[in-house]
Design a protein. Structure first.
Length: 212
């Protein structure tokens, strides 16, 4: 008596015997435009323009003003309890007088919803598309940390902002988990009404350090 397993495997074998031969491998051209550069002021202007177009807020400062600007952004947003990656530079929070929770894998993702916001660093950014790349480094944390809280304050060094996508991707480590951020989370419902905060933070504030 034929078992169900044998029947299924038999049908798969019959289907494979009738399938056409696999198509030959096709060489995909990879002649991407690479090596583009822009002066610092032009990269900053382009990156800022794209971020603002995506409804993010942008704050520029020198490195020695990082703590002041981060604290000011958090104060303006009423963030009294924030989460930060385990490896975030503690000096960045010197001006903040609220509660700080250092993240760890032991904290369940649903508990992150109790935070008013999160502060992270970034890996690389692309000026042309206004995209910020996080790669899970200690100062950026796990993906849930930057997705669950409603406010994301992301610190970006201008030296890590590349002109285009190929240049930005070339700076990433392929083995690391990568999250791409292009403005606050937003989508549209069936009537094309914009809905924010569905798949991530409703508010993105980017602090660009111009001398790093």
């Amino acid at each position: 008596m034929t078992t169900a397993r044998e029947t299924v495997l038999g049908r798969i074998k019959d289907a494979l015997s009738l399938a056409p031969a696999p198509a030959p491998d096709i060489a995909v051209p990879r002649g991407y435009r690479t090596g583009r550069t822009l002066p610092d002021d032009e990269r900053l202007a382009l990156f800022t323009d794209r971020l603002v177009d995506y409804k993010a807020t942008v704050h520029t400062c020198t490195a020695d003003r990082t703590a002041h600007v981060v604290a000011e952004v958090l104060r303006e947003r009423g963030a009294r309890r924030i989460g930060v990656p385990a490896g975030l530079d503690a000096d960045w929070l010197d001006g903040y007088d609220g509660e700080v929770q250092r993240d760890s894998d032991d904290i369940p993702a649903p508990r992150l919803d109790a935070l008013d916001g999160v502060v992270t660093a970034s890996a690389v950014s692309c000026a042309e598309t206004g995209t910020i790349f996080l790669d899970g480094s200690p100062d950026q944390g796990r993906r849930a940390l930057s997705l669950v809280p409603d406010l994301h304050v992301c610190v970006v060094d201008l030296s890590t902002v590349e002109a285009g996508v190929p240049e930005a991707v070339a700076r990433l480590v392929p083995q690391r988990p990568t999250t791409l951020i292009s403005g606050p989370s937003a989508t549209s419902d069936i009537e094309l009404e914009r809905v924010e905060g569905v798949h991530g933070p409703r508010t993105l504030a980017v602090v660009i350090r111009t001398d790093v």
